[in-house]
Design a protein around this ligand. Sequence first.
Ligand code: ADP
Ligand code: MG
Length: 702
Amino acid sequence: MIEAKKLTEEFGCLVFNDKVMRERLPKDIYKAVHKTIEKGTHLELDVANCVAAAMKEWAVENGATHFTHWFQPMTGLTAEKHDSFISPTDDGSIIMEFSGKELVKGEPDASSFPSGGLRATFEARGYTAWDPSSPAFIKDGSLYIPTAFCSYGGEALDKKTPLLRSMEALSANAVKMLHLLGYKDVNRVNTTIGSEQEYFLIDKDFYKKRKDLLFTGRTLIGAPASKGQEMEDHYFGVIKPKVSAYMHDLDEELWKLGIPAKTKHNEVAPSQHELAPVFETANIAVDHNQLTMEVMKKVADKHNYACLLHEKPFEGINGSGKHNNWSICSDTGINLLDPGKNPGENVPFLVFLMAVIAAVDDYAPILRLAVASAGNDHRLGGNEAPPAIISIFVGDELAQVLHSIEEGTAYQAAGKVQMAMGAQVLPHFTKDNTDRNRTSPFAFTGNKFEFRMPGSAVSVANANIVLNTAVAEEVARLYDKLSGFSGDKLKEKVMEVLREELNAHKRILFNGNGYTQEWVAEAEKRGLPNLKSLPDAMPYWISDESIELFTKHHILTKEEIHSRYEILLENYSKSIHIESLTMQEMVRKDLTEGIVAYEKDLSKEIVQKKELLSGDCCELELGILKSLDEATASMKKALSKLSEDTKTAEGKIDGLETASFYQKTILADMDELRKYADEAEALIPDKYLSYPTYGQMLFSLR
Ligand code: ADP
Ligand code: MG
């Protein structure tokens, strides 16, 4: 346990961070590494050798015996293969070695990772390449080196490569724009991300007893508990002592890894919680979020919990998301999405704001796809999460600023309003210029945008790759309209362009309640896409527009785009396939076993009672038996249909057609089966079930 007063020393104690590098590397080497990180210059082998030696020495001192290239293949998870530092010597002993070559490049066999047809299985070679911009760290006795992963032919097989490319594309275009606007001292623009992570905790023993949770991460059957989230008593509620101990342990493990865990609280659904870190540069934030998810599970295990990261682990109550807070900041310290005191006069802010608005409008389907997964499809469009329609909330103040631009009138910044709470003893403070809107999928929140659609289980890399690239494209487009102007003429031109853009893109702005049916209808009138499921959205991924966007900015090649298309579809179909098989097994074995046992006892009971009381009795028991019989008859029918349709799905070949079939037919079959299974389950006492019920799972935390 870290003592509070030692926290400043212990934070990042397992990270080979800038401080350690400064202490342990010769000055010229330290400078060379920094140049590589900041300017993306090539790293010479002698520099790499020197860094590797220092890293190994530090890692061994901190208990590491192995090193691993850590990467993010397109499974959405992380991958690692460990090598020890040992090198045998002639006298039968060993020395600990780690070379620059080993640091810079790894050669894992790539054949068993998804490649979406980018290479055949016999072409096994893949490379991992050190990403010096994300610091190495120690975990479980190994030195973890963040790396990018590509095939023998150089195609990206991971999420980090395109993310880094997209950050560079955005930076290059933003710098050009800032130079034009007079900010000549800017050399780089960084994307910053803070991703709030939601999760559920349940008792580990319960988790182990449910095949659906074990195999698919979500419950596939389960009658609702008598209590759900209707009392609104869990959100920000008192954190129970055991959960609090877990959260504390989690914070400490994250802090040691240099992850700035900041906020923790109970979420809306029972047993649901959230952790938010302080924002960091996109690449590091994405790595850190992957690590956070892993550490959440590991610490949960130690505390006898299972941590559920699935987007919809339980039917009928809120699912989990991962709000992606996103902004752009220059190396001179300007947050380009900070409106400042007078947003109406803040030209760079207005230009970048408009670029984001245009990007979200022009590339809405691709942004929707960036958050599409089998799991997240259950969440988007539910009552708790933003709809599948993308719109932007800008808040009252910005809406007025934009309105005045449109009208060509001067905007008067509203003075700060004092908050009066009606009791003298309470402190006085100024009010924010706008209220919050929790229902918007893409909300302006003061000095950043909060993209609320990403699901809790997947990497946030995709969302940020698309955001960065789309904004880079819009900044480039605006630059073309503005270049050639300077001084007052430029100022005038900016206003003219902003007006034009606003007219073209204002349909995407919506400050109202995004959860209502009225908005769905209104959005349709405005021509905004409503892509409810992953298969609905997939064609946009390989559209001309998408290929043009990603290839123009060198984020993905056409082949890489197509490979990702195949992988996404395959992953989607496979996930639902596993769900279907698991559900069938649970109904056929676990639930049926419970029903049969209860029916047997109940029948015995009825026979005995009838003997005793001779005649009219057992109305209640007979009623239950009859209801059970009806439910099981319908259940059997639904089970056969699911089983047959799943066999049909197995025979399908085309990726999109298969995914659509899973979405339209199999998911509908599963819903139908669930209806009767839950009806039956609700009739039998808990003790007849070999698995825990919703009530037990959701309300047992202490
Ligand atoms: P809320 O729940 O109200 O959205 P939180 O405090 O839970 O607020 O999360 C806000 C997140 O936004 C944090 O992760 C925070 O670090 C992040 N954030 C703040 N400023 C920026 C910024 N400039 N760029 C990116 N993320 C930011
Ligand atoms: Mg939050």
